[in-house]
Design a protein around this ligand. Structure first.
Ligand code: ADP
Ligand code: GLC
Length: 494
């Protein structure tokens, strides 16, 4: 199969969260199964062209955003595993410091134009490259317009005759909803397309709705989230998703175990494995020193690596910090994003400097050191489509403490003393007391070394590899290909 991934981020080039991990990893596993997979992302300024040896291709292309002609070039390089990556290079939209917005967490005012441009440019780039995809796999709201273009403005474009689309929801909280009167003409759609079963969403023009309405197949990143978003977690999209229930797949993300590997990880002061994790103590000692904490092996050390976003349960985390201050617990938080969360958690750090250390930037190396160095990993998310951080934590023998929601419910199972099963600690009511109880339950088990070793062993053994998920993606792509051929009215008539 020829598969084209189009997304707003991809590791190692640019990352704000798990979307980038998925885009940089899933293609490698598809490629191993014999598919020709390519990736298109924007060429943001922060992607270092020299470091990645980006080569400019000889095309001069342009698309219209409203009545403005926007020129762009394509740059390219190979991702590990021999996957071509194409970068859409346009200075007006992407040559700026941030990815989606400035560093206070506020989005750029022209994001609607930026992703109209990107979607149109991705379609034109595909044609220029003469890469005829069987599947265009679009991710999140930034690329929601692509399935809509293929079924409207490009419906009769022979180049895409055999192309089906798959649209993956990584996070339904970000939808890209804009004023219809100005956005519709800017995007180049007709008012005919502005209907409740197409682009319209509660009197706005919504990019995610466009993706959901026009794509051949929809997927999301865990089976439980696929169910949840057909109900209240759907953030308004539940009705569309109920209507398209038969086309909705929930496929769990995996992680790249060659990258997130405590045995070979060069970011750590010492390496360890599931069979011998004595050196995890050295990683903890190093982290305690770095955080300015008392270095005590016995202290229960907890970590959190995530975007500063209320999705991640920061109200519970901040509430818990004071309540845990009398226990022998240290907490290290690494995150960036929302300024309110940043300021509030820094304030708490001032109150409890011996208990809480906060890093407010994006730091890949430190994230590895936290995953490896702490005993428990906090992820009390209000909702979590899949979550990669808890899966990464498991691979370092770090025990997740999570709310039972979305992909957390699918990957983390509560430890039971009666049968020694379970790879983490789970609470199932989103409340401060439940979260604190859950942490203290973990704390008690931590203080019983033989029981704790069992949880750690169970964590190490829980592997969520892409190998299984890729088989499900292949099945889904085949359904999308057949669906396109049989269901499209236009194709039926020729
Ligand atoms: P989400 O995509 O909602 O942010 P995931 O758990 O799926 O959540 O993925 C988060 C990814 O981003 C993980 O790889 C995590 O290690 C990484 N990450 C998040 N914040 C930071 C940060 N401040 N520094 C380094 N890595 C981070
Ligand atoms: C989103 C979700 C997260 C998921 C990631 C990758 O950002 O919040 O749960 O793991 O996408 O699919």
């Amino acid at each position: 199969m020829n598969i084209l991934m189009v997304a707003a981020e991809c590791v190692p080039f640019v990352k704000t969260g798990g979307l980038a991990d998925v885009i940089g990893t899933l293609p490698k596993y598809l490629k191993q199964n014999g598919h020709d997979v390519r990736i298109i992302i924007p060429k943001y300024r922060l992607i270092d062209g020299v470091k990645y040896d980006l080569q400019a291709l000889p095309y001069k292309l342009s698309v219209f955003v409203g009545k403005e002609q926007e020129n762009f070039r394509i740059k390219t390089c190979m991702l590990d595993g021999n996957i071509p990556v194409y970068f859409i290079d346009n200075s007006r939209y992407f040559n700026r410091l941030g990815i989606y917005g400035d560093d206070s967490g506020v989005g750029y005012g022209d994001n609607r134009e930026r992703f109209i441009f990107f979607s149109k440019a991705a379609i034109e780039a595909t044609k220029a490259l003469m890469f005829r995809p069987d599947i265009i796999h679009c991710h999140d709201w930034h690329t929601g317009l692509i399935p809509a273009y293929l079924k409207t403005t490009h419906l009769c474009d022979g180049f895409f005759w055999n192309t089906s689309t798959v649209y993956t929801i990584h996070n339904i909280a970000f939808q890209g909803s804009f004023d219809a009167a100005s956005t519709l003409p800017m995007a180049g759609f007709s008012w005919e397309d502005y209907k409740s079963d197409k682009l319209e969403f509660y009197n706005t023009f919504n990019y995610m709705k466009a993706g959901l309405a026009y794509t051949d197949i929809i997927s999301t990143v865990s089976p439980t989230y696929a169910k949840e978003i057909q109900g209240v977690a759907g953030k308004g999209m539940e009705v569309v998703l109920q209507v398209r229930k038969k086309d909705l797949y929930g496929i769990l993300n995996g992680i790249d175990y060659s990258y997130w590997n405590p045995m070979t990880d060069k970011n750590l002061v010492a390496n360890f494995s599931a069979n011998n994790y004595d050196n995890k103590k050295l990683c903890k000692k190093y982290l305690q020193e770095k955080c300015g904490f008392i270095q005590n092996e016995k202290t229960f050390m907890l970590g959190c690596v995530c975007r500063f976003d209320m999705q991640k349960g920061f109200d519970l985390i901040m509430d818990a910090i004071g309540k845990l201050s009398n226990f022998d617990i240290q907490i290290v938080v690494l995150g960036s994003g929302d300024r309110y969360i940043k300021d509030s958690i820094l304030y708490l750090q001032n109150l409890y400097p011996n208990k809480l250390k906060v890093y407010t930037n994006y730091d890949e190396k430190l994230s590895h050191q936290i995953y490896a160095g702490v005993d428990g990993f906090l992820m009390p998310s209000k909702f979590e489509p899949c979550g990669l951080s808890q899966i990464i934590a498991l691979s370092y023998g770090t025990v997740p403490i999570v709310n039972k929601t979305g992909g957390l419910a699918d990957t983390i199972h509560d430890f039971s003393e009666s049968n020694d099963k379970g790879n983490g600690f789970v609470f199932d009511l989103y409340k401060g007391e439940q979260f604190v109880d859950c942490i203290l339950r973990a704390y008690d088990i931590y203080n019983n070394k033989s029981l704790w070793n069992k949880v750690v062993q169970n964590s190490f053994l829980s592997q969520y590899s892409w190998i299984n998920s890729v088989k499900e993606y292949e099945k889904m792509y085949n359904v999308a290909i057949n669906r396109k051929i049989t269901d499209n009215i236009y194709y039926k008539n020729i």
